[in-house]
Ligand binder design. Structure first.
Ligand code: URA
Length: 189
């Protein structure tokens, strides 16, 4: 079954019972940048797109600050495609059932760089239980794709001093993307 049909039809975990709709992802399906969040919140569950609430506004501003726009050359997806009730944390069983969808999205999009926002995205893609603080600031890889770890925008709304660190992470991500593009250009010159 096509991924875009399989996700809305999924009943693999209990979250299908409380969702309004699944939230597949949004953006350019051939994007160089893939941003991965945690799970839909109330607004995302209502509207069907990721990061459309308060955290989404912050994310859009952060993207704009590095010259990016969610509609162009960026794709945004979550680890979970359904909203956990009351915005509780995803449970390990839910992450395990839902992660194959995200991995398939990565395979199809073939991004040049992944930005994992928050603990659930970082730990899932890196198969690690390390903290964001210990993972940020260096380049990781998921299936060969360079991956940068940063704080989740919703966390930043509650911890404003850490915004400066998230900014450092984005500058690092932008620099990494630039060097990936430069390497490709010089290889084809
Ligand atoms: N937080 C997330 O991780 N994803 C969303 O889509 C919205 C809020």
């Amino acid at each position: 079954m096509e991924l875009k049909q399989a996700v809305p039809a999924c009943t693999a975990c209990g979250l299908h019972k409380s969702r309004t709709q699944t939230v597949f992802g949004v953006g350019d399906e051939k994007a160089d940048w893939l941003l991965v969040g945690e799970a839909p919140g109330a607004e995302e569950d209502r509207l069907g797109d990721p990061f459309v609430g308060q955290a989404g506004k912050l994310l859009d501003n952060m993207l704009a600050a590095i010259g990016l726009d969610r509609r162009t050359n960026v794709y945004i997806a979550n680890v979970l495609k359904c909203r956990p009730p009351g915005n509780r944390n995803p449970e390990p069983g839910e992450v395990a059932k839902c992660t194959p969808f995200l991995l398939k999205q990565i395979e199809l999009i073939q991004p040049k760089l992944i930005v994992a926002m928050g603990r659930f995205a970082a730990q899932t893609l890196l198969a690690s239980d390390a903290s964001i603080a210990s993972l940020r600031g260096r380049l990781h890889r998921y299936a060969g794709v360079p991956l940068v770890v940063t704080y989740h925008p919703a966390y930043l709304l509650r911890n404003l001093p850490d915004k400066a660190k998230a900014w450092e992470d984005l500058v690092f991500a932008r620099r990494t993307m630039q060097s990936l593009l430069d390497t490709r250009e010089s290889a084809s010159a």
